[in-house]
Design a protein around this ligand. Structure first.
Ligand SMILES: *Cc1c(COP(=O)(O)O)cnc(C)c1O
Length: 493
């Protein structure tokens, strides 16, 4: 399966696309056509383990990897999850299922892809004859950073630098990152918001002087952000897996259509659902759930994407995003894979902060997607309601999706059984979750997590419990303009 760029230009192999991350012209790599799944994948056999389900899905996308390579990558990628099913599905009621994607080492869904990406990167480098050290640069709104650091920690031939917005992530998220181990990791706080950090990383990839300086130090750049196709492909797998589990559990009949409701920020998770749908998973509508940063909600209603709006900090910080990078891959599909048209929209976004779909593109968008948002009060209310009624504890991101679904059902936008994607452990955001269920907040986020555990009777996840004694190893802070210098200064002699 060759890969092409959403803004035109060269065709690459899968391994080249994984290694490059982002195209030189700023576009994103996509498979030259979205593959169809084989009949025996729809659904997978109930007893097929998750790693083997993932291997089958990966094989559809990565045809310059052998079956043995994919098998070994998948077998190694899920060893650090605290649930043998990896991505278990729970059903709070007959019409709603929750896909739990937070059983990895950082308690958020980014692990689903980032435990695998380093392994894909190492194999890709070998295939491309790359002997330089692969340096991952990534911007994070909280969860990606820690997941990338965990995934790449001490992986030979790699280095991982994470930039996060100072004061733009939760205290626990920050603590998780700055206590990271490994001799090949670097964590830097940027004075700005997530978009400043992400734009800074994109700029470094296109900065010829910086790229040359890195090359002279024996380094080649790569990305772990959700723009990397190596992030997206492992995410497609869990929609196949969920469909298999819903059929096995009797909630769905084989072939029965269902909706998927996904808490969305950079549009990676929901784009994976869209790919799964195109491959044959019977997803009818995709409900794109946003918090008060509702740029995508407006886009889905009007076809106008307008990032000229205030940036709100919310209790679901991983969705506090105004420029949703992976949307570009959906635009590519909506306009009939017209790279010139995508380039024009992205140029308009860059120059004016906005772009507009034409009537055909908007119709194509609205056929598959609905956009719904929920603010912080609604999110807290949803956490309290679901805890009270179902004794199921939601994190704020998942609660945004649950409330979005509730609203969509009230407006008859969602009429089928629905899979809600749960993206984080509630303990990772214990202070806001605790407040929502009536506990009071202290200065000590970890203690609040322990209190929440005692109150709910749910165990405190190990990665949080261990933070209590972890030492801070990373203290750098910089301006957005200094990010390149930080990377160069951080390299070993
Ligand atoms: C990253 C993240 C999201 C948003 O996912 P995207 O793929 O960026 O849309 C939602 N919830 C949590 C907890 C996350 O970490």
């Amino acid at each position: 399966m060759p890969y092409i760029c959403t803004r035109g230009g060269e065709t690459l192999t899968a391994s080249q696309a994984i290694l490059k991350g982002l195209a030189g012209n700023g576009g994103l790599y996509v498979p030259c056509s979205i593959p169809r799944a084989a009949d025996d994948m729809l659904p997978f056999a109930p007893d097929l383990p998750y790693a083997q389900r993932a291997a089958r899905v990966l094989s559809c996308f990565l045809d310059d990897f052998s079956a043995e390579e994919i098998g070994s990558i998948c077998a190694d990628s899920y060893g650090r999850f605290d649930d043998a099913r990896i991505a278990p599905v729970r059903s709070p009621d007959e019409s709603t299922a929750v896909l739990e994607l937070f059983h990895g080492p950082t308690l958020a869904f980014k692990d689903m892809a980032l435990q695998m990406l380093p392994r894909l990167t190492v194999f890709s480098a070998k295939k491309c004859g790359e002997t330089r050290r692969v340096c991952i640069l990534t911007a994070t709104s909280g969860d990606t950073g820690k997941a990338a650091l965990e995934g790449f920690e001490d992986v030979p031939g790699t280095r991982c630098t994470v930039f996060y917005p100072l004061d733009g992530v939760s205290r626990l998220q920050e603590k998780q990152m700055v206590t990271s181990g490994g001799n090949n990791t670097q964590v830097v706080a940027v004075r700005g918001n997530f978009d400043d950090a992400q734009t800074g990383v994109k700029r470094l990839f296109n900065d010829a002087d910086f790229v040359r300086a890195m090359n002279e130090r024996g380094c080649v750049l790569s990305s772990a952000n959700s723009i990397n196709i190596g992030r997206l492909v492992p995410q497609v797998a869990y929609y196949f897996s969920a469909y298999a589990d819903l059929c096995a559990g009797g909630m769905l009949k084989k072939g029965e259509m269902f909706d998927a409701c996904v808490p969305t920020g950079n549009f990676g998770d929901i784009l994976a659902a869209y790919y799964a749908r195109r491959m044959g998973v019977p997803i009818a509508r995709l409900i794109c759930a946003s918090n008060r940063n509702d740029v995508l909600t407006e886009f889905m209603h009007t076809g106008v994407y307008n990032a000229n709006r205030p940036f709100h900090k919310t209790i679901s910080p991983s969705m506090d995003i105004l420029i949703s990078s992976n949307l570009e891959r959906l635009l590519f599909e909506l306009c009939g894979r017209d790279a010139k048209r995508v380039s024009a929209m992205m140029q308009s976004l860059k120059e004016t902060g906005a772009f507009r779909l034409n009537a055909d593109e908007l119709a194509a968008l609205q056929k598959d997607f609905a956009g719904v948002s929920a603010d912080d009060n609604e999110t807290r209310d949803e956490i309290a309601l679901v805890w009270r009624e179902k004794h199921y504890l939601l994190d704020p991101h998942t609660a945004v999706a649950m409330r979005a679904l509730r609203k969509a059902r009230a407006e008859e936008q969602a009429v089928r059984k629905t899979l809600v994607v749960s993206t984080a452990s509630p303990f990772k955001f214990a202070q806001d979750v605790g407040e929502a269920v009536g506990l009071s907040r202290t200065e000590d986020a970890l203690r609040d997590a322990e209190t929440l555990s005692a109150f709910t009777g749910l165990p405190l996840p190990g990665p949080l419990a261990r933070l209590r004694t972890a030492a801070v190893r990373h203290r750098a802070v910089c301006e957005p303009e200094q990010m390149g210098r930080e990377v160069l200064n951080g390299l070993p002699e």
